[in-house]
Design a protein around this ligand. Structure first.
Ligand code: TXA
Ligand code: MG
Length: 346
């Protein structure tokens, strides 16, 4: 039921026609696959929420092809926005601005702000240019599941629920865009992502960071910032604290769990895997701590692979650094985990 298209001009045109008619099309961006709908068509946007099983109070990012196309979606483009756009668009940065009344309420979940981004992926750009209207697109996964970084991930979640998917291969960044709110004073990062916060701070020194994950009962400044998100169906425990003590506790958990007949999976960096040594678990190595970009690219695929391996428990340990892309990686691990084990340094 869901047509799988290539990236040739004829396919892009077919996808654009489908969006114009109110259909739903998944497409690659540089971060993750998005599920697109005509952003100015409230009915299409409601279909999109239904296809994902997304609650209507979680607003969507509107994808456009230029700063000029973004400007008509807002009542005011502050100088900070123009500066950020000049440096990071096209790219994995989403900017929250005051909403223009032409943006349907369905898109912004009733908020008076709108999130916009100019993606860099050539297929996303070609599609948006072919439509000539803005395209609302959340990640193309079922609500609260890990984001899709391949067309196969999208089909796993949404086959039969959407009209088309453009298969443009694996997405190069692997984690979602950084979301910056310029409607608050000072400006705030609502979600760490593909553009490191350090690079944003070079332009916006007053930029604040909303601590994540939020407790489940805490009011969310961004409705999508639920603490439980991006999760596999398999229970996943995240070990943090002192690196060596967390590793020892994780090792003991593998032994205890397997002794109790449980099937265990481990998600680790190459360095963590080496330190752990041989284990009676399905271990997926997401790459070296020397290369956070490669870890980010593989993260969601690794979580999905473990989730599809019929395990009882997935164990992982907080990874390497806290700056650059590691901040986004740590944030996604933290939200994917259903259990948090903090092991103090000995
Ligand atoms: O990289 C990405 O951003 C991907 C690709 C497809 O572009 N999209 C994506 O969309 O991750 P989604 O819907 O999965 O996440 C959008 C995030 C959510 O946390 C949502 O709450 C937040 O952006 N958001 C959207 N509109 C907002 C607004 N007006 N104010 C605050 N947060 C907003
Ligand atoms: Mg999402």
């Amino acid at each position: 039921m869901t047509a799988v298209l290539g990236t040739d001009p004829g396919s892009i045109q077919r996808a654009a026609d489908c969006l114009r008619a109110g259909g739903l099309v998944a497409f690659p961006t540089e971060t993750v696959y998005g599920l697109g709908a005509h952003a100015l068509d409230g009915t299409a946007v409601r279909r999109l929420f239904a296809a994902k099983g997304r609650p209507p109070h979680d607003p969507l990012i509107v994808h456009v092809s230029s700063l000029e196309q973004a400007a008509v979606l807002t009542t005011g483009m502050p100088a900070d926005a123009t500066a950020l756009a000049g440096e990071f668009w096209p790219g994995p940065l989403t900017i929250v601005l005051k909403r223009h009344e032409s943006v349907p309420r369905e898109v912004t979940a009733g908020l008076d702000t709108v999130a916009v981004r100019v993606p860099a992926h050539p297929v996303a750009r070609a599609l948006i240019e072919a439509t000539a209207f803005p395209v609302a697109a959340p990640s193309a996964n079922l609500f609260s599941r890990p984001s899709p970084t391949t067309a196969a991930h999208v089909l796993h979640d949404l086959d039969g629920r959407i009209d088309m998917i453009i298969d443009g291969g694996p997405t190069p960044v692997g984690v979602e865009s950084t979301v910056v709110d310029l409607t608050s004073t000072p400006p705030r990062v609502l979600r760490p992502g593909g553009v490191p916060i350090e690079r944003l701070r070079a332009l916006l020194p007053r930029l604040e960071i909303t601590a994540t994950p939020l407790a489940a009962d805490q009011a969310a400044p961004s409705p999508g910032l639920l603490s439980q998100h991006y999760s596999p169906r398999t229970p996943m425990a995240l070990y943090s604290g002192g690196a060596a003590s967390a590793q020892a506790a994780l090792f003991k958990r593998i032994q205890d769990a397997t002794a109790n007949g449980l099937r265990v999976g481990v998600l680790a960096t190459r360095e963590q895997a080496d330190a752990l040594g041989p284990v009676t678990a399905l271990l997926i190595d997401v790459g070296s701590e020397q290369a956070p970009d490669a870890v980010a690219r593989r993260l969601y695929a690794a979580i999905r692979e473990l989730d599809n391996a019929n395990l009882d428990l997935i164990l992982t340990q907080q990874m390497a650094g806290t700056d650059g892309l590691w901040r986004a990686i740590a944030d996604r691990l933290s939200r994917a985990a259903t259990e948090h084990v903090v092991v103090p340094d000995r």
